[in-house]
Design a protein around this ligand. Structure first.
Ligand code: ADP
Length: 210
C-alpha cells in the first residue's frame, strides 16, 4: 500500500506496479486518485490517518505500506501510527528531517527514508567528475562506480594493492563496450575502464581523486 501520491509516493506506486506487485494507492486528493486510477491495481480517496479506514481497506493483510506524506508531518505520524495499530510491521515512511525520522522510528516505522537529502548528497558526490554512481549505506559505507584512477591503470589489481594503499575494495571492472566482470587479483585495469568499488565514503572519495 502507498499512502500519499505526491511526487515521491507516485513514483513508488508506479514502480511497484511495474515490478508486478498489486498496489493499493491512497490519497486525500480526488484529482490524484483519479490520475492514478488506471495506473495501479486500485486507487482510493481515503484519509489514512484513520484506523477504521485502514481496517476497511484490509490493510492488515498487506505485505508492506509506504507512507509518502512529507509536508504534513502530523498526517505522516498519524498514518504510521494507524498502520502499526492495525498490525502492519513492514512500514516504510518518508521523513523531511531528523526529528520527524526519530518520531517515525519510535512509533513503528521499520524503514525511514530521506529522499531529498539523499538525492542532494548524491548529486554533490557525483559532481566529482570521476564518480559515475554512488550508493551510501548508513553514514560511513558506500559502493561507487568510477572511472579508473590514473595510478592504477596498466596494473593488475594485486599490484596496485587498492585495499592496502587506498582502503577500498575493487569489486568489478567494466571495459568499454563490455559487460562488468568480477574483479580478481590478476584483473588488469585499462585507461577507460570503469570500476565498482566498496569502502568507507572518505576513502572512496580520496581514491577517486588520486
Ligand atoms: P511530495 O513532496 O512527495 O509531493 P507531499 O508531502 O507534498 O509529498 O505529498 C503528500 C501527499 O499525501 C499529498 O498528495 C497529500 O494529499 C497526501 N496526504 C496527506 N495527508 C493524507 C492522509 N491523511 N491520507 C492520505 N493521503 C494524504
Amino acid at each position: 500500500m502507498v499512502i500519499g501520491l505526491g511526487r515521491f509516493g507516485g513514483a513508488v506506486a508506479l514502480t511497484l506496479e511495474r515490478m508486478g506487485h498489486e498496489v493499493l494507492a491512497a490519497d486525500l486528493d480526488p484529482r490524484l486518485v483519479e490520475e492514478f486510477a488506471g495506473e495501479v491495481t486500485k486507487a482510493v480517496e481515503a484519509d489514512c490517518t484513520d484506523v477504521a479506514v485502514l481496517r476497511q481497506l484490509g490493510v492488515a493483510d498487506f505485505e508492506a505500506a509506504v507512507v509518502a506524506i512529507g509536508t504534513d508531518i502530523e498526517a505522516s505520524v498519524l498514518a504510521v501510527l494507524a498502520l502499526a495499530d492495525v498490525g502492519l510491521t513492514n512500514i516504510w515512511a518518508k521523513a523531511v528531517n531528523e526529528n520527524h525520522a526519530r518520531i517515525l522510528e519510535r512509533i513503528g516505522a521499520a524503514h525511514v527514508v530521506f529522499p531529498e537529502q539523499r538525492m542532494g548528497e548524491r548529486v554533490a558526490r557525483l559532481l566529482n567528475e570521476r564518480l559515475l554512481d554512488f550508493i551510501a549505506f548508513g553514514d560511513e559505507f558506500a559502493i561507487a562506480r568510477l572511472r579508473a584512477p590514473e595510478p592504477i591503470v596498466g596494473l593488475p589489481l594485486m599490484t596496485s594493492e587498492c585495499r592496502r594503499k587506498y582502503k577500498v575494495t575493487v569489486v568489478g571492472v567494466k571495459r568499454k563496450g563490455e559487460d562488468f566482470i568480477h574483479a580478481v587479483p590478476d584483473t588488469l585495469v585499462f585507461p577507460d575502464d570503469e570500476l565498482v568499488v566498496s569502502g568507507r565514503i572518505p576513502d572512496i572519495e580520496e581514491f577517486s581523486a588520486i
